[in-house]
Structure formats: structure tokens, C-alpha cells
Design a protein around this ligand. Sequence first.
Ligand code: NAG
Ligand code: NAG
Ligand code: NAG
Ligand code: NAG
Ligand code: NAG
Ligand code: NAG
Ligand code: NAG
Ligand code: NAG
Length: 734
Amino acid sequence: MVATTAHLLAIPLALAALVLRQPSTRASAQQPPLPRPAAVALRGCRDKCGNITVPYPFGIGDGCYRNDGTPGFSLECNETWSPPLLTVAYPYGIQRLARFNLEAGEARAYVSTTRTCYNSTGGQINSTGSSNYMQLMNSHHRFSNAKNSLVSLGCPVLGYFVDGNGYYVSGCMSPGQGDPIFNADFTACRYVFLVETDWLTTTYSDRAYSNRSGDFAVPLVLDWAVRNVGNCTAGRRNATDFACRSTLSECANSSNGPGYRCSCKGGYEGNPYLDGGCIDIDECQRRDQYPCFGVCTNTPGSYTCQCPPGTSGDASRQNGCRPKDKFTLALRVVTGVSAGVFLLGFTCFWLYLGFQKRKLIRAKQKFFEQNGGVLLQQQMRSYDRAGAGAAGFKIFSKEELQKATNGFAADRVLGRGGHGIVYKGVLEDRRVVAIKKSKMMEEAETREFAREMLILSQINHRNVVKLLGCCLEVEVPMLVYEFVSNGTLYHYIHDKDSNADISLNTRLRIAAESAEALAYMHSSASPPILHGDVKTANILLDDKLTAKVSDFGTSKLAPNDEAEIATLVQGTWGYLDPEYLMTCLLTDKSDVYSFGVVLLELLTRKKALYFEGLEEDRSLVSCFITAVKAGRMEELLDIQVRNEISACDILQEIVDLVMQCVSISGEERPPMKEVAERLVRLRRYQKHPWTQDDGNPEETQGLLLVSEQRNGHLQSGHQQHAFNIEDGTRYFTL
Ligand SMILES: *[C@@H]1O[C@H](CO)[C@@H](O)[C@H](O)[C@H]1NC(C)=O
Ligand SMILES: *[C@@H]1O[C@H](CO)[C@@H](O)[C@H](O)[C@H]1NC(C)=O
Ligand SMILES: *[C@@H]1O[C@H](CO)[C@@H](O)[C@H](O)[C@H]1NC(C)=O
Ligand SMILES: *[C@@H]1O[C@H](CO)[C@@H](O)[C@H](O)[C@H]1NC(C)=O
Ligand SMILES: *[C@@H]1O[C@H](CO)[C@@H](O)[C@H](O)[C@H]1NC(C)=O
Ligand SMILES: *[C@@H]1O[C@H](CO)[C@@H](O)[C@H](O)[C@H]1NC(C)=O
Ligand SMILES: *[C@@H]1O[C@H](CO)[C@@H](O)[C@H](O)[C@H]1NC(C)=O
Ligand SMILES: *[C@@H]1O[C@H](CO)[C@@H](O)[C@H](O)[C@H]1NC(C)=O
């Protein structure tokens, strides 16, 4: 409740006199016993009204209160009342003061409630009126907004609280019939009052309160402070006016409105508003508050509590002191032993660390040699001399890569495959790279590693992901590649969310670029470098959708002699050359087969292995062959390809190419170079003058909608558009 300069409506001063004759005994009982009767009021002034203590700055009579021009501290005690009535001097209508709290800056007052009564037909019988009010404006007092509540009692009633200017501040109402709190019907008298919140839980317990007709007073909490200046800083400026008189006092800004309060420093008590008002607390006399089971010595503002001579320990705890001698002997032994143990442990640990470090260095060196690092270094040096230059190829340290990948953090994982995990890394020169951590390799494989690595590092083709370096200090070498930003072709084709249109031209370009890369690997190096695992997941796309063949890390140099023929067939099911599967001999034609599957995937937008329809239809290649034999090839194609391909009449050529690539016999498959050339030709042919290129999406879309309709392959989302087109309305807002 925000009540700065507020008055409570309709608090009757006249009636208060009648009511206040019965003060709450409960309220009086709450008055705490004052520790010291001395130094409460000014010398020669009354410090009591009845049994209520009146501390300075409050005072009864001239010269006994703090007079700074702001009303509120001057009190009157009328002893013709029983018990005596303590009020703030006229004209301030605080009706009965009951208790002062110097520390908290609070006072409790009793005020009578505002009341109106009605007869059975609703006519007003009697009321306390609404012209009387509690005046706090510009005084030292304010209604406590933390400890009071506004209460409307009786049904129905609306109570509200206004500030001094009559502006609405706060209100509450009880609605009458079916009242959820009191479950009461209409009552004859209705009350509105501000009351100490505690009163609601302690005194206000019986339902009778809601159906009463008399007047009664309720306690309420006032926050008082020295308010003739705004804060401590301002108060200190005039030393004669500053209220905190005691040298041992502190000043605190008021938390409710302007002004400040005083309090005694820690370890002192009394009245900070008086000269010399704060006095030392003798803690030794109050063992309940300041526990001490040893020798207690009071000091100004504090005290000491020590164990009796000959003992030591914690005197503030019961039985906390122990005889000294035994303890120190035990302590000495314990200290000696633990220091010895610690030293021994530390030495062992230090030796162990050194040993581990040496072991680590040895292990690194071993891996480096085992992985062909020495050979690689030699070869690099000789290449450098020859001027060939493995340009940019670098042997990275383990620490460098750890730092680049943030310690191979899980959030840096770009992908996981059968061969290992690929991390995204940022090198010290801010270059973004992809770091491939392979799974365990056969020892026989690692022997060839350095040679292959060096050859791969020489390859500089725009459609091959560049190998930037490697790390040999680990058990299984790690490879560092250039980072390609747009993910894999697999995701580009199959992800539901990237279901964007891919024009036939783009598909053919990606296919041609991939084929060129493979052809280059097959023909430009001797012996040829075989990929061994061509698939859409190993073709990456950069920001311009340029294809980059990756994962030559598992590639093989074509074996020179029979002995080097691999005994383990590796590859991805669905792409795997059936001939390689039977002979265990990987050839360049194995890559051609796998590429045929990639081409098929690009054209159909179906996965190499897919699980729809009949069991035997799972493999894309077998589906394709079946469809071609039955002359139903067109049905298998992606809807967009079907549309574009029918327009430029290259279907047969593409089908022929794929059929040759996926032929069972490797001999019948064309070499990669030929595949690449045919794809480039197809692409050139497909770029017919009137066929739209990638660059005109709107036209493509309009065409797409019509074709969907024609082919009867309507999905629910598209149906709407189809009908709209029929109606002659066009919506291109997919
Ligand atoms: C104060 O006076 C009232 C009424 O005389 C009495 O009921 C109450 O117990 C007294 N309180 C103290 C603390 O003496
Ligand atoms: C004390 O209260 C009585 C009764 O209300 C009144 O008649 C009297 O004038 C008051 N005395 C003083 C000093 O205010
Ligand atoms: C109720 O009070 C009104 C005037 O306030 C009066 O006119 C009416 O007669 C009273 N009704 C009863 C039932 O007393
Ligand atoms: C209020 O009290 C009167 C008599 O004291 C009684 O007739 C009436 O029913 C009571 N009303 C409620 C709502 O309790
Ligand atoms: C006001 O009216 C109520 C209801 O008739 C009655 O009980 C009460 O005594 C009256 N109060 C005064 C002060 O006249
Ligand atoms: C402190 O109080 C003075 C007036 O008493 C006022 O001018 C000043 O703005 C107050 N300072 C703050 C920070 O409220
Ligand atoms: C300081 O306070 C005293 C007492 O309130 C007053 O008389 C005096 O004028 C004040 N001095 C200044 C500089 O405000
Ligand atoms: C009181 O308030 C003033 C102004 O905001 C501030 O400078 C001063 O530090 C405060 N003093 C205390 C004791 O909080």
C-alpha cells in the first residue's frame, strides 16, 4: 500500500474516545520489557504515559521532544483516562499510541474503524461519518506499507484509501451474497479499516467479526523517521540539527519515504537520539544471548570468551574447552605423521607425473613413427627440393587440433560415419577446417598411410575437398580438410526441411563435377587413386552448390601386385560394386558403379536403400533396372526431373548412362572420364534456349503446379493451389 501523505477516510475522532476506553490487553502485552529505564527521554522529561515508554525524539510537553518544525514527535498524555491516553498533539489525529520501537522506527497506534449501518430495507441508520480522517500529511509518520492491510468487513462493502488530495490510491471490496471468505449474507453494519496484517491472523479469527454492529479499534503500524531532511547525507550537513546525537550511533536512510533513522552501533544499545545515549552491552551478563562457557570479559562494543587457564578449545560451546597438555601432545603426533605422509605422497605424485610425461612423449613419438611420420617428412622435404611442393600441407601436433576443436567437444561434431567422426575446427590463423578422427586402423593399413597421404596432399582439384594436413602423434592419424559449408549432397537431396526445388541443370552439374573429380583421381595419378566409398554422403556442397568429393582418407591406391589385394571389403551397402563384393578386388570401375547409384539418387531423390513397397524393391538399383525393363522408368523419377526431362528429351540418354554404370560386369562400365564427359554433354544439351535455368523460381513453380495437377499426384497441401488455378485464381504463396 503506497501511502505517502494519506488519510484514512472516515475515522471518527469523537468516537475514538469512546472506543479506546477498552484497549486491547493483547497489544499491551506485546510491549517488550525495556532493558534500561535510564537514558530514554531527555533529562527532566517524562518517559512514561501509563505503562507506555516514551523515548526521545518523542516527548510529552515543551522542550521534551525533538522540535524540527515537522509535527509528530510532540505527544499528549491524558491521565483522566484509564489507562492514560497517549496521542500525538493536536491537530494530528493519531488516536492512541501504544508502543514505540526505536530500532525499527515503528510505532503502533489504535484507530477505530469506519462504519455504516443499514436497516432491512436498505435505509442508512447510523454511521461514523466520513468527514473525519487520520492526518499524517507532512508529519514524521507514515502508514507502514509492509505491515498493514486494508480490510473491508461486512457485505456488501467497498472500502478504499485515498491520498491527501483525494486521489484514489487503493481499495478492496467484499461482494455480498455468496461471499467466498465469510460466506455471509447481507450484514447490517459494514466496516472499512487499515489494520496491522498480523491482526488478521491472530485476533481476527471468529466469524462474529463479520456480523457485528458496534464500534471497535484495530492496531496499525506507523513508520516514523526524522523527516525534516531527505536523507542521512542531508541530515549530517547541519550538525546542530542532526538527530543521531550519540557518538556511538549510526544513521540509516528511511526505507519508507524521505528521512533517516538512527541506531546504536553493534555491541551498543540504548537511545541513539540522545547525547551519550548508546551504551555498551555487557554481554557477559547475558549468557543466554551471548553464550560463553569459559572466562567472559566484556570490552567496549564487544566481549571475549576464553577457555579457563590450562585448557583450550571453543569456549562458546558447552564442554568446548579441553585440558591443554594431552591435546597438544596428540596434536604434535598427528601433525608430524600427517606432514610425513603428505611429503611422501607429494614426492610419489611428482615422480609419477614425470614418468607419465615421458611415457606420453615416447608414445607420441612411437605413433608418429608407426604412422609413417618420418617417411612423410622425408618425402615432403624431397618434394620441396624438387619444387613440387606439397603446398600448404602441414603436420599438425595433437595439441593444435585439440585446441582447434575445443578438446573434441560434442558440439563441434559435424558428422559421424562408418569410418570415424568429423569435427569442425578453427585453427589459430582463424581458418575453419574439418578434422576427421578415424576409427582404429589395421596396422597393415597404417603402413601405407604416409604414402597415400602425401599423394592426396598433392591433389589440387576444385571438386575435391582439399587435404590440408594430418596429425600423426596419435594412435590413429587424424586428417585435416578444408571446411565445406553447405553439408553433404545426401542431406541436400533427402532432408525434409531442405525440400527446395533442385533443377535438372543443378543436378546434372553436381553429377558432372563429381564425375570430373573422380576421373581426375583415376587418371591423373599413377597408380590411380580409388575412392572406394563413393556415395552422396561423401559429396559435399559449398555455398555456391559446387560439388566437392570428400573422404579420400579411406581411399586406396590401386594395388600394385596380388599380395596387396585387400581381404576386407569396405564400402556402403547400396553403393557397393557387386563385382568387388565377389572378388575383393577394388578397381576404378567399382567407383563407376557407386557413382551410377549417386546419379540415380540425384534423378529420383530416393535413397540408395529405401524401405517402401515390397521387400525386393529396397535397392534403388534393382528398382531402377526393373522399371527400365518394364518401360516404367519415368515413374521412378523425381517429379521435377520428370517435368523438365520430358521437355528436353534427354531421358533415354541418361537412362543409358546409368544402366551402363550399374552394370554387373565391371568391363561393361564406362571409365570415369567418359562418364564425366557424357554428363557435361548432357548438361549442355539440356540447356535448351526456352528451358528455364535455376534463375527463375516463380515460373518454375507455376509450371510445377500445373504438372502436378496433370499427373494426379496431388498432396493435400497442393490440392488447394490446384483448385485455385482451376477457378482462375492464382496463388503463388507456397
Ligand atoms: C500496561 O497497562 C495495561 C493496562 O493497565 C496492562 O493491561 C498491561 O499489562 C500493562 N503492560 C505492561 C507491560 O505493564
Ligand atoms: C483529557 O480527556 C478528557 C476526556 O476526553 C477531556 O475532557 C480533557 O480535556 C482531556 N485533557 C487534556 C489535557 O487534554
Ligand atoms: C429504514 O430507514 C429508512 C431511512 O433511512 C426509513 O425510511 C425506513 O422506514 C426504514 N425501514 C425500516 C424497516 O425500518
Ligand atoms: C447477524 O446477526 C443477527 C443478529 O445478531 C442475525 O439475525 C443475522 O442472521 C446475522 N447475519 C449473519 C449473516 O450472520
Ligand atoms: C447503529 O445501528 C445498529 C443496527 O441497528 C445498532 O446495532 C447499533 O447499536 C447502532 N449504533 C449506534 C452507535 O447507534
Ligand atoms: C537528500 O536529501 C536532500 C534534502 O534533504 C535532497 O535535496 C537530496 O536530493 C537527497 N538526496 C537523494 C540522493 O535523495
Ligand atoms: C541547523 O539546525 C538548527 C536547528 O534546527 C537551525 O536553527 C539552523 O538554522 C540550521 N542551520 C543551517 C545552516 O541550516
Ligand atoms: C542515504 O542516502 C544518500 C542519498 O541517496 C546516500 O548518499 C547515503 O549513502 C545513504 N546513507 C546510508 C547510510 O544509507
